[in-house]
Design a binder for this molecule. Sequence first.
Ligand code: IMP
Length: 210
Amino acid sequence: MDEKTTILFVTSNSGKLSEAKIALNPFGFNVQAFQFSEENPVIEEIQASELRIVAADKLRKAVSIVQDSTKNLGVMVEDAGFFLDEFNGFPGVYSSYVHKSLGINGVLRTLNGIENRKASFKCVIGIHLDGEEIFFEGECKGLVSEKALGTNGFGYDPIFIPNDGDGSTFAQMTSEQKQFFSHRGMAMESLRAHLEGRIQSPTSNHGSES
Ligand code: IMP
């Protein structure tokens, strides 16, 4: 395998990993999971007001634990959140904590009797490429379902119905279908276009995309 086509994805979330592979591998970019070790068991996430700040911090930590970040094409991280319209975006950057403490059934109970079920997913991908840190963002708007449906995906997928779909939750879709609508699919698509642009004009000045 050519290491210069390999993107080392520093994540412990197998759902995110498989979605990144689906988005990038068919285009010749080989997404590989970074192997956490006893020495580097996890990346601690900071609590901040914006996904972008969390992603930037994660990226710095990721680059510092990857032994030789220049060996691969890039080192990548991602941070995502689930935003409820009725609660001014909460849980947003607290999505992980809310998922662990309330769970999706707790979120459904919180919305019981509330008419506004609008929600969105947002994600920020950070990638370290040739010494540069570049960020790509994606958003998917939709509704919170009345009940949890479907067994695919992860996290809040069973309770999220994207606006542009056929009424299915993300968890009722295959990963490929989810990718078509999702926040992550959108951000990965921008990353892919950027990487292809770099290959075509390797010497041009590439700034942050978002
Ligand atoms: P993280 O901090 O980016 O890992 O994600 C925050 C929370 O959002 C976690 O509970 C994830 O399971 C959840 N989450 C992130 N992305 C998705 C997604 O694509 N679908 C459903 N839940 C997600």
